[in-house]
Design a protein around this ligand. Structure first.
Ligand code: SR1
Ligand code: MG
Length: 417
């Protein structure tokens, strides 16, 4: 088919049964395929296809934002960037993404491994499940993909080619630029917050000059600091888990941006999971879950830091901080001094990105289920208020915060208020 056409559960078998990739994985006879549409995200169609000899996921972009409808067009090419990002992430951190079976640019669809019995990490955390491996796996994912996609590792030519390639993913960057960094801080038409109980703190946030300036400084960094290929949307809904395995999905927001962005988004989602726990205590106290989540934050950051440092010491093959300037001159401390500068900058920026991510998930267009599934409106508003407070503190005071334990202690203080 030469032109894009959105799939349905009814048209998918006839349309895709000629794809060798699907025949190999699922079986030749499309009539025997069982198809379900399971997409619950903001943008795309997602089908699970099961046949006589296996299964696959078919993810198809739509030419508009699914959450809003066709009044908000969005180019199909994001599927192309998702495919290229997945290939690069898999090369930089093997085993961290679903296997890709086929990509069709015209139909904006990716056929990939159906991860089973994996579930979405956000769902697991809402249900109170403690996944023992996520912090280590995600810390490694962050360090390896961010380091190996940058001028610390790639050839200058290779990185510039990728920078040019991903620069065309501009429309999804527009979404982040508007939804994360600007709209939560004024009365934008797409904003919503779930209860009037938040009106007071929302008014405070929108009148907070220091916070608005910091949000714009972070936006400036996001837009202008093309350091590495980011996942671009690394929240807990972009991770699939079992107790033994962690896979990262959905990098359609991939582009070249600041190292700290993915780290901050992910940690923000752990802190939001932390503050939402008291809204999910129907079956008993979530105190151990809270302790677990703060442990995940600490371990993710420390694994990220350790692995980034290891790569710095063993794989610094790019044009930045060349080994010829330091180690080859016997100046090991020089290389360590430079590493400290780079890690410190990531730390400070990461806190800021985490702060604004917490705000936009409560005040902007795209909310998260951690809070949205809390039935009692007062409890929900109280959970959200705590996250808004931590977010404000991180965004504004990030240069005066020195350790992840300090942030977690602050989260505990706010939780007990
Ligand atoms: C209009 S898209 C809203 C959000 O969904 C995606 O997952 C991104 O997080 C985006 O900001
Ligand atoms: Mg997504």
């Amino acid at each position: 088919m030469k032109v894009f056409e959105a799939l349905t559960i009814h048209t998918l078998p006839a349309r895709l049964s000629t794809y060798p990739a699907l025949q190999d994985r699922i079986g030749n006879d499309g009539n025997h395929w069982k198809v379900r549409e399971v997409g619950d995200g903001n943008l795309n169609l997602v089908f699970i296809v099961e046949g006589d000899s296996g299964s696959a996921v078919v993810k198809q972009a739509l030419p508009y934002v699914r959450l809003v409808g066709d009044s908000w067009p969005l180019p199909l090419k994001r599927s192309f960037f998702e495919y290229h990002a997945l290939m690069r992430q898999e090369a930089r951190h093997p085993g961290s993404t679903p296997e890709i079976f086929h990509f069709d640019a015209v139909q904006a669809l990716i056929v990939m491994e159906f991860l089973s019995p994996h579930i979405i990490l956000r769902r697991a955390l809402i249900d109170g499940q403690q996944l023992p491996k996520i912090a280590n796996d995600l810390g490694l994912f962050l360090a390896r993909t961010l380091f190996r996609g940058s001028d610390l590792s790639m050839t200058a030519r290779g990185r510039k080619d990728d920078l040019a390639l991903f620069a065309d993913n501009a429309e999804v960057c527009d979404i982040t630029e508007a939804l994360v960094f600007s709209e939560p801080y004024y009365d934008a038409p797409r904003n919503r917050h779930t209860s009037p109980q938040l009106d007071g703190i929302v008014a405070q946030i929108r009148a907070d000059r220091d916070l608005k300036v910091e949000a714009q400084r972070l936006k400036h960094l996001f837009a202008a600091s093309a350091e590495t290929m980011l996942h671009g949307d690394l929240h807990s809904g972009s991770v699939m888990v079992t107790p033994d395995e962690t896979r990262v999905i959905d990098p359609e927001f991939a582009f070249y941006g600041p190292m700290a962005f993915d780290v901050g988004m992910l940690l923000a989602n752990f802190w939001m999971a932390y503050f939402s726990q008291s809204g999910h205590e129907e079956a008993g106290s979530r105190e151990t879950m809270r302790t677990y989540l703060l442990g995940v934050v600490t371990e993710t950051w420390s694994v990220f830091r350790a692995e980034f440092s290891r790569l710095w010491r063993t794989e610094r093959t790019g044009m930045l901080y060349q080994v010829a300037l330091f180690e080859e001159q016997g100046d090991i401390l020089g290389a360590e001094q430079a590493l400290d500068h780079v890690l410190h900058q990531i730390w400070v920026d990461m806190l800021g990105f985490a702060g604004v991510e917490m705000h936009r998930r409560i005040l902007g267009l795209a909310h998260n289920a951690d809070f949205e599934t809390i039935a009692d409106v007062d409890t929900r508003a109280w959970c959200e208020t705590k996250a808004l407070k931590l977010g404000r503190h991180l965004a504004v005071n990030r240069r005066q915060i020195y350790s992840i334990e300090e942030v977690n202690s602050l989260a505990e203080l706010i939780e007990k208020e």
